[in-house]
Design a protein around this ligand. Structure first.
Ligand SMILES: *[C@@H]1O[C@H](CO)[C@@H](O)[C@H](O)[C@H]1NC(C)=O
Ligand SMILES: *[C@@H]1O[C@H](CO)[C@@H](O)[C@H](O)[C@H]1NC(C)=O
Ligand SMILES: *[C@@H]1O[C@H](CO)[C@@H](O)[C@H](O)[C@H]1NC(C)=O
Length: 289
């Protein structure tokens, strides 16, 4: 059996077994979010659950949740920029938006020239400290269909997943190693489509081809299972929130297997092994998964 077929069956079987969420209903875009760029760059579709973002010479696209959240699971279905997307950056992230002690959990989708792989960069800022980039190339063309991108966050860890496959785990090593972890402030949910051609594609060598503009990304079916703060201040520390359950304090053997599969086959950059930037690896890097 060729590797692609074998891996596809493997993923299909595991996809059924692997269900993080208790199954939240999608939220209405217009109720939950506000457009923070030019209105005409974020088009809300008639169903109120899906949006089209546009990047062109007149500007980029940005929206943000109206509320702040702490812990839980936030997901969106996203279809990325098709064709020649080099230099474009599409994002889906949580941010405390307080620069003094910034917490941030980032998905950044880095476009590429047609036919070259899309790269997903993840990063975690905790109490002002970032510089924790990892990159994986996607194992499918993310511009053909919607795929689900999720951020899971509890007191124990942060898990980034793509179609329920964990692609990154950031553990809470606050007590053990003194590494800051986002645990004391709410974050808003943000998405953007913008010009990152100074750095994004092949380190900034590949620029946006404006003759291909406008560029579009599509989002739909946001789900939010989380504590809204500060209105519900007691919620984040409630141990009976489903995401604090014991099964969410480690990856299951199946998830471990998937996680390894992604990292072995698709990871192209890890700050933990970048001896040029970090001659001494940051403490969380040697703490294991
Ligand atoms: C979408 O939201 C707008 C504004 O809130 C509302 O007028 C419209 O009826 C909604 N459409 C649907 C299909 O729910
Ligand atoms: C774009 O494609 C090139 C060539 O295949 C690859 O080296 C690179 O990792 C891809 N992604 C980005 C963001 O440059
Ligand atoms: C506050 O959070 C609790 C869970 O800890 C939940 O049961 C309750 O409905 C929430 N209340 C409000 C007003 O959101």
């Amino acid at each position: 059996m060729d590797y692609f077929v074998r891996d596809s069956i493997f993923l299909l079987v595991l996809g059924v077994v692997l269900d993080f969420s208790v199954g939240a209903m999608p939220v209405s875009f217009s109720e939950e979010f506000e457009v923070t760029s030019r209105e005409d760059h974020v088009r809300i579709m008639a169903d109120n659950y899906s949006v089209q973002l546009t990047l062109d010479r007149n500007g980029d696209a940005r929206f943000a949740s109206k509320h702040e959240y702490m812990f839980g699971l936030v997901s969106a279905k996203i279809k990325l920029v098709a064709g020649d997307s080099a230099g474009t950056v599409t994002t889906f992230y949580l941010s405390s938006d307080r620069d003094i002690v910034r917490d941030e959990v980032d998905f950044e989708f880095l476009g590429n020239r047609s036919g070259q792989p899309y790269t997903v960069q993840t990063n975690v800022y905790a109490h002002g400290k970032g510089d924790r980039e990892q990159r994986v190339n996607l194992w499918f063309d993310p511009s053909l269909d919607f795929h689900t991108y999720s951020i899971f966050w509890n007191h124990n860890r942060i898990i980034f997943s793509v179609d329920k496959m964990p692609i990154r785990v950031f553990k809470n090593n606050r007590v053990k190693l003194g590494v800051p972890f986002p645990n004391n402030q709410g974050m808003r949910i943000y998405s953007t489509l913008w010009n990152g051609d100074q750095w994004a594609t092949r380190g900034g060598l590949e620029k946006i081809d404006w003759s291909k503009a406008p560029f579009h990304a599509y989002y739909k079916d946001f789900t939010i299972e989380s504590c809204r703060v500060p209105i519900n201040a007691s919620c984040p520390s409630n141990p009976s929130n489903w995401w604090e359950g014991t099964i969410y304090r480690q990856l299951s053997p199946f998830q471990e297997k998937l996680y390894r599969w992604v990292r072995v086959n698709y990871m192209i950059y890890d700050y933990c092994t970048d001896r040029f930037r970090f001659p001494v690896p940051p403490p969380e890097c040697t703490a294991g998964v």
